[in-house]
Design a protein around this ligand. Structure first.
Ligand code: HEM
Length: 443
């Protein structure tokens, strides 16, 4: 039972993936909470920033999918060249400078993933502005996570103790300036080199750019009819940067931590790498399909630690689920974390047991099996629904280096707690000591 006006808002602190799982244990798998007075259809951040998490319908989804897929499709040689460059740079840096000493694995993989995605989005020549862009993204990330009373009780929108509105306007202005410069540079380059090959994501998007700011419409013929405004381009870039960086980095750090805590599994993965790739060379793209145990470890990590633990949706229409009426415009929270820990679907669900995916190989992560939905399911699922970048970075780290915990630390002493947010990374960063294990030079 909620209170008048505020409903169940006093339970706000329980609305984490773990808190909601506890409530589901008590009240059942589908539960309804009333937050505030009105229909809770939109975040203020969304209205003001008008970008990440937008709902532009089928046109928008198609465009975003196109970009993401083109960015990291296996066929796209430019992307793979730049990924290889960044990964080689990281491996060489570790081998040369920090081999044998303690490394903050979390920071290492976060930096690498961000560099790869930034470069795929903006091209190699834009790396100078990267620090500024990261600062803007961090501010947006904080703002999306802030609690804003006006989201729940609209008539209290004048209460803004943390100055959210002001911060959003400033962040939006910085982002406008930053991306406008990048778009102008790309347009200039296109003018000078008439037949320039499409290179990065901005080039891809500019193929649909129109100065005409009238709102886009939906057509079947993508190439002829689609028009993107500058704002659309900014929104897609932000979605890809947000969607692709923290998710991948967090998944990699969790995989490394689970394997450090389970030396037997680590040994098995590295034995598989030795057999398939060999100690005399680095991994190549063609090796990835031949590493089933590594794939099991990646999937098992996504089951235990889905990078986005709560999927946030909104019903477009009224519907009925298991006999419950759900009105249009309801906010829906799907607890992907709780689903991966459900005792009805998983034996010993809290333990890291990668071999379960050898047996249950029919279970994929494409959203067809509702007991395992780390990438979501259906229309709004992740457009980059593949192990791609995540598998690649983990495989390189495990193949090139032997990883040990800092001296005196036992695997069982590793802190495995998480923090709740838009993503759910480790509460304490993983620290390990790498030493080269290949017989070929790493730098
Ligand atoms: C291990 C890696 C990844 C995981 C586990 C993951 C997971 C997810 C999940 C759970 C969603 C939300 C689905 C929903 O709301 O139902 C999502 C959305 C999204 N992801 Fe990923 N993701 C990953 C990697 C990436 C990468 C590398 C990119 C881009 C380069 C990306 C771009 C996006 C975008 C743009 C969306 C928004 C889709 C929409 O709103 O229609 N993701 N992802």
């Amino acid at each position: 039972m909620g209170f008048p006006v505020i409903g169940n808002m006093l339970m706000m602190d329980k609305l984490t993936h773990r808190g909601l799982a506890k409530l589901a244990n008590k009240y059942g798998g589908i539960l309804h909470l009333k937050m505030g007075s009105g229909t809770l259809s939109s975040f203020q951040a969304r209205k003001q920033a008008d970008m990440a998490f937008s709902d532009y319908g089928p046109f928008w989804r198609q465009m975003r999918k196109l970009c993401v897929m083109k960015l990291f499709s296996r066929k796209r040689a430019e992307s793979w060249d730049s990924i290889r460059d960044e990964v080689d740079g990281m491996i060489s840096f570790v081998a040369k400078n920090i081999s044998g000493s303690e490394v903050n694995v979390g920071e290492l993989v976060f930096g690498l993933t961000r560099n790869i995605i930034y470069r795929a989005a903006f091209g190699a020549s834009c790396s100078l502005g990267q620090d500024e862009f990261i600062r803007i993204m961090q501010e947006f990330s904080k703002l999306f996570g802030e609690f804003n009373i006006a989201d729940f009780v609209p008539w209290l929108s004048w209460v803004d103790p943390h100055g959210l509105t002001d911060r959003l306007v400033k962040a939006r202005a910085s982002l406008d300036g930053f991306i406008d410069n990048i778009i102008d540079d790309h347009l200039e380059k296109k003018k000078c080199l008439k037949n320039v090959l499409v290179g990065d994501m901005v080039d891809e998007l500019l193929a649909f750019y129109s100065e005409d700011e009238t709102q886009v419409t939906e057509y079947d013929d993508l190439q002829n009819a689609m028009k993107l405004t500058r704002d659309n381009i900014k929104a897609i870039i932000m979605d890809v940067m947000f969607g692709g960086t923290e998710t991948v980095a967090s998944a990699i750090e969790w995989t490394m931590a689970e394997l450090m805590r389970s030396p037997e599994d680590l040994k098995k993965v590295q034995a598989e790498l030795d057999k398939v790739v060999g100690l005399d060379k680095k991994i190549e793209e063609s090796d990835f399909d031949k590493l089933p145990y590594l794939k099991c470890c990646l999937k098992e990590t996504l089951r235990l630690h889905p990078p986005i633990p709560l999927l946030l949706h909104e019903t477009a229409e009224a519907t009925e689920v298991s006999g419950y009426y759900i009105p249009a415009k309801s906010r829906i929270v799907i607890n992907a974390w709780a689903i991966g820990h459900d005792t009805n679907s998983w034996e010993d669900p809290d333990s890291f047991k990668p071999f379960r995916f050898l047996k249950e190989s029919v279970l994929d992560f494409k959203g067809n099996h509702f007991e395992f939905i780390p990438f979501g399911s259906g229309r709004r699922s992740c457009p980059e629904m593949q192990l791609g970048l995540y598998a690649l970075e983990v495989a390189h780290l495990l193949h090139c280096f032997t990883w040990k915990l800092p001296s005196g630390m036992k695997p069982s002493e590793l802190d495995m707690s998480d923090v709740f947010g838009l993503t759910s990374p480790r509460a304490t960063r993983l620290v390990s000591v790498p030493t080269p294990r290949l017989i070929c030079p790493l730098h």
